[in-house]
Structure formats: C-alpha cells, structure tokens
Ligand binder design. Structure first.
Ligand SMILES: [Cu+2]
Length: 190
C-alpha cells in the first residue's frame, strides 16, 4: 500500500473523535498521502487515477485536516506530478473510492440537499461543500485549502475526488480515500 497516515500530536485525548487522526487539546489532526495508481494496479493504492493523461500514475497527493476544538475545519490539499497550468476541480465526497469513479458518491454537504445527487446551487456551492480546486505550477505542483465554520458528521466524508473542470461540471478523473475525522467535544454545527 503506497500510503501513509501521519499522527501529528501525541497528547492525551480530551475529545471523542473518529477517523484516522489524532485528538489533542486543540482539536483533531490528520494527514495522509499516496501515489496515484490505476484501479487495476497489482499493488493497490488509496489513490486511484481514472485518466492517466491528467493524473499520471505515481503522481502524488497529500490531504490534511485540522478541526479546531470549536468545530471549525480546515482541509488542505497538495499535489505533485500533475499537468502544469491545467485547472482541476476537487471536492470532498461522501464515500470511499472504488474501481468505478461513481463509487465515491456525491459531495459532502453541511446542509444536505434533500434531492441527491445535488445540483441545486443553494446546496452545491463552496460554502456548503469542501472545494479544493487548483492549478499546478510549471513543475506540476499545486495546492489548495478550504476552511469552514463546521465539522464533518461521523462517517459521511470519505474521499477527495479530482475532476477535469473546476466547479460542478467536471468528470471524475481520480479519487483518494481519506480518513476524515470529527470531534464530538462540541456539536457539529455552525
Ligand atoms: Cu466532486
């Protein structure tokens, strides 16, 4: 498995948390990285590419999450080895990646659209979802971050999906299964 999870803060847990990260007095921390591989690869990866022209095998992705004790959550994305100058669209999705791009399900939404899959801009927007669109530099390296005043609901945020266009209209070209976590020390609300 070409993936690692970094446990950032060794401190006594004061908050109940879930996911793959660490509880600490200042909230929840998680960092994970992997190299993309096709779903058919002999050695499976947590990061799957469905379009090697835009997300080459062995390109790298790293995702981190910090949820503050009060519930505000920052998600950061870093990539290496992607197409310089290309505008990628990225969102946090509900389910883990699978061999089929559709496996990751819809976008994680803070206020859930009763109609799924959600296309209503009142729900499908960068304030109510986690969007991490980026454009790699001349070396193919890119990054993005998003901060919200809310926290993930347990088990409902499971992957980061790369699309071939920014915003809502792109096709799914790669997916990274991520152990997003949550804190229950405070309610997950605005
Ligand atoms: Cu998406």
């Amino acid at each position: 498995m070409v993936a690692g999870i970094f446990v950032g803060v060794l401190a006594s847990a004061v908050l109940a948390t879930g996911g793959g990260g660490t509880a600490a007095p200042d909230g929840y921390w998680m960092r994970t990285d992997a190299r993309f591989a096709p779903p058919t690869a002999f050695v499976p990866s947590a990061a799957l590419t469905y379009d090697a022209s835009l997300v080459p095998a062995a390109s790298r992705i790293e995702v981190s999450q910090h949820t503050e004790a009060g519930g505000a959550t920052t998600v950061r994305l870093k990539v290496e080895g992607l197409k310089p100058g290309y505008v990628y669209g990225v969102h946090v999705h509900q389910k883990p990646c699978g061999a089929e791009p559709a496996a990751a399900g819809g976008h994680y939404q803070h206020r859930k659209d009763p109609v799924q899959p959600s296309m209503d801009p009142a729900y499908a927007n960068a304030d109510n979802e986690v969007w991490l669109d980026f454009t790699p530099d001349g070396n193919g390296a890119g990054d993005a971050s998003a901060r919200h005043g809310w926290n993930f609901r347990p088990g409902e945020a499971s992957s980061v999906v790369l699309h071939d266009k920014p915003g809502m209209t792109g096709s799914r070209i790669a997916c990274f299964t991520v152990p997003f976590g949550w804190t229950t020390g405070k309610a997950a609300t605005d």
